[in-house]
Design a protein around this ligand. Structure first.
Ligand code: NDP
Length: 262
């Protein structure tokens, strides 16, 4: 008998991650895990979905805590023996008017949005079964052209980031160099933009392409797909509720298309 399929959403307690979880509960033929870094917020979200008739399961997962990632990996391995869908949704964004030093914003943003996703994937991707799907929630900020610091250094960075031979370690070095430069105050001169969020999401998009290449060369599993997606500008805490799309529209390509055609 085929194993029951398993889907996991990170940062599922609110915003787009909550809507993705709801959508999976509605349409995915398998077990759906809503994960959250805070157990109370996660369980409250599950209870809210239960009231709507959906039955996601909960597990704690803080993507910046290697211990939490390892515990979750062990749990999935022991309980289900594998994984079929992973939605890397969890992320942070400093507000434009934040007064925190740029170096600190860079450290936090790259640690969670890039290294958090990387470490979660390093733990969970080996568990993925044939026909697996990974969705890395990136952003329109993840477009390569958003690497628009001083030229020609920015162009050199774009070339490196889009190279079909870029490795995970080389990408990590680019992310670490940004954090170092952000602390030193010379990130723009080195080609990086003045947005930590942009660098983190360009990193996630580049990572997605490396992950797809790795799956393509993995003969032990077939039909593995990694996508990096932009949900549109969505009404969530992250955007201070300025986005025009509802969280449900943010999870639906059709709705995004309709919005852009207006
Ligand atoms: P929200 O701020 O509403 O939600 C973010 C979620 O990520 C929360 O559940 C939050 O948990 C969780 N999270 C943050 N850090 C961690 C962590 N270390 N471990 C686990 N979970 C964590 O954001 P959105 O719903 O708007 O964003 C969801 C995704 O969509 C993000 O990747 C974002 O970059 C992307 N995106 C959003 C856009 C928009 O217009 N909203 C546009 C483009 C991309 P907690 O509640 O505990 O803080």
């Amino acid at each position: 008998m085929a194993a029951v399929k398993v889907a996991v959403v990170t940062g599922g307690n609110k915003g787009i991650g909550y809507a993705i979880t709801q959508g999976l509960c509605d349409r995915y033929n398998g077990t759906v895990y809503l994960t959250a870094r805070d157990e109370n917020r996660g369980r409250e979200a599950v209870a809210k979905l239960n009231k709507l008739g959906y039955k996601p399961l909960f597990h704690q997962l803080d993507i910046e805590d290697q211990g939490s990632i390892n515990r979750f990996k062990r749990f999935i391995e022991e309980t289900h023996g594998g994984l079929d869908v992973l939605v890397n949704n969890a992320a942070i964004a400093y507000k434009n008017d934040s007064t925190d030093p740029f170096g600190k914003q860079a450290e936090d943003t790259i640690r969670i949005n890039f290294f958090g996703v990387l470490n979660t994937c390093r733990a969970l991707l080996p568990l993925m079964r044939s026909h697996g799907r990974v969705v890395n929630v990136s952003s329109s900020c993840g477009h390569l052209l958003r690497i628009n610091g001083q030229e020609p250094q920015a162009a050199e960075l774009r070339t490196k980031l889009s190279s079909p031979s870029l490795t995970e370690e080389e990408l990590c070095d680019i992310m670490r160099s940004f954090v170092k430069a952000a602390n030193a105050g010379n990130h723009y001169e080195l080609g990086y933009p003045n947005s930590c969020y942009v660098v983190s999401k360009v990193g996630v998009s580049a990572l997605s392409q490396i992950q797809q290449r790795t799956f393509d060369n993995d003969t032990s599993r077939v039909d593995m797909v990694v996508n990096h997606v932009h949900p549109g500008y969505v009404d969530t805490d992250m955007t201070s509720h300025k986005g025009p799309l509802t969280i449900e529209e943010g999870t639906s390509c059709k709705e995004n298309f309709k919005f852009e055609k207006k």
